[in-house]
Write a protein that binds this ligand. Structure first.
Ligand code: EPU
Length: 341
């Protein structure tokens, strides 16, 4: 376990916001985490706790007076291999994309479309990360956790995780209560490419790749290429990927929107109609614009960027201005995907 006091979190959040935490604890095993919790309980320490992953979905608004916990738990272990299915237990502290690469190199398939997503494996199970028609929940069988109040181990099967679009029980009723230590994935020995999502087919055609020649590694490279075209590299320009969720509106509201905007892009779902937040933001004239030190990325307006030494409040002010404009023009509430701390 590594404990640091009064430490900058600039390198611990992909926005690169320079705030300080009273304490930062990096732990390397379940036992180390349990020791930390039991000492805390014994000391009667009730100061705030915040568990982070790669910090790719966080916006720090101020210094954190409490303890930041971070898992460095490693390990990729096959727990069962049955027919077409392979079951793998993965440490929460492994970088998500290192895991995707490892799976593809091992000929365990399914995660190709989730290539190059920033963050760590533990957070993938909390946030239900998604891209190009796939979501983490499609492959998660269960999640091993430690109760941050007692140190006890608890397992959540997929149904108990209550997964939704960028959502899970860990963001709702049990928010802040559990640390994910391992995620159990179910992958496949057969490669079944999922290339229906907009842009993948066209990108394959552009590269002259025929569907029947497509390998998992090629699909991964195509997804990486697509993401690089649209999304800024956090090492070059601070950002947290999509800042907002794509709103899902009722069919009634959709009919009204259609009267004024007959060409509005949309995806029809059982629960309503998903309208791309990127489109709503662009229509309001925010694409590529800045407000102080915070900006709207020109290639994908769903992404807010740190133009230099922005503070959390600068990004939050831009977010609020966009939300207000979208509400004014379309009557639609944009919810943030990024968590404000
Ligand atoms: N669009 C515009 N203007 C733009 C860009 C996009 O109007 O400048 C519209 C277009 O109609 C486009 C639509 O937005 O068809 C959707 O754009 P895109 O396919 O780029 O995806 P997205 O809905 O904006 C979602 C995820 C991304 C994920 C991509 C690809 C959310 C909140 N975001 O974005 O996830 O990479 O699909 O699957 O669901 C993330 O969560 O951090 C993230 C990057």
């Amino acid at each position: 376990m590594e404990i640091k006091q009064n430490i900058s979190l600039k390198n611990r959040n992909t926005f690169g916001i320079d705030v300080f935490a009273d304490k930062l604890v990096d732990y390397y095993s379940i036992e180390e985490l349990q020791d930390f919790i039991r000492c805390r309980v014994a000391d009667g320490d009730t100061s705030p706790l915040l568990h982070i992953g790669g910090g790719s979905n966080l916006l720090f608004l101020k210094d954190f007076h409490g303890t930041i916990l971070h898992s460095c738990i490693q390990g990729i272990n096959v727990t069962a291999d049955e027919g077409d299915n392979i079951y793998v237990r993965v440490g929460a502290g492994i970088r998500w994309d290192a895991w995707v690469q490892y799976a593809i190199d091992s000929s365990w398939f399914g995660l190709e479309n989730l290539s190059a997503i920033p963050g760590e494996v533990g957070a993938s199970a909390i946030q239900n990360i998604g891209a190009y028609g796939s979501e983490a929940k499609d492959f998660i069988l269960y999640v091993d956790c430690v109760d941050l109040e007692t140190g006890d181990i608890r397992h959540f099967c997929r149904a108990e995780c209550e997964y939704g679009y960028r959502d899970s029980i860990f963001k709702n009723v049990v928010s802040g209560r559990y640390a994910v230590t391992h995620v159990h994935f179910q992958l496949s020995h057969s490669f079944r490419p999922n290339i229906e999502y907009g842009g993948i087919r066209a990108a394959l055609q552009e590269q002259g790749i025929k569907e029947w020649d497509l390998s998992p590694a090629m699909l991964r490279q195509t997804i990486i290429h697509l993401r690089q075209q649209k999304l800024p590299d956090p090492n070059v320009c601070g950002n947290a990927g999509s800042f907002f969720k794509n709103p899902i509106i009722s069919y009634e509201d959709w009919a009204k929107l259609l009267e004024n905007c007959p060409d509005a892009p949309h995806y029809e779902l059982e629960t309503g109609v998903k309208v791309p937040a990127a489109w709503l933001i662009e229509q309001c004239g925010w694409k590529g614009r800045s407000l102080g030190k915070a900006g709207v990325y020109a290639n994908q307006p769903l992404v807010l960027v740190n133009n230099g030494d922005a503070q959390g409040k600068d990004i939050a002010a831009l977010s609020k201005a966009i939300q207000d404009d979208v509400a004014k023009h379309f009557g639609i509430t944009l919810e943030t995907e990024v968590c404000f701390v």
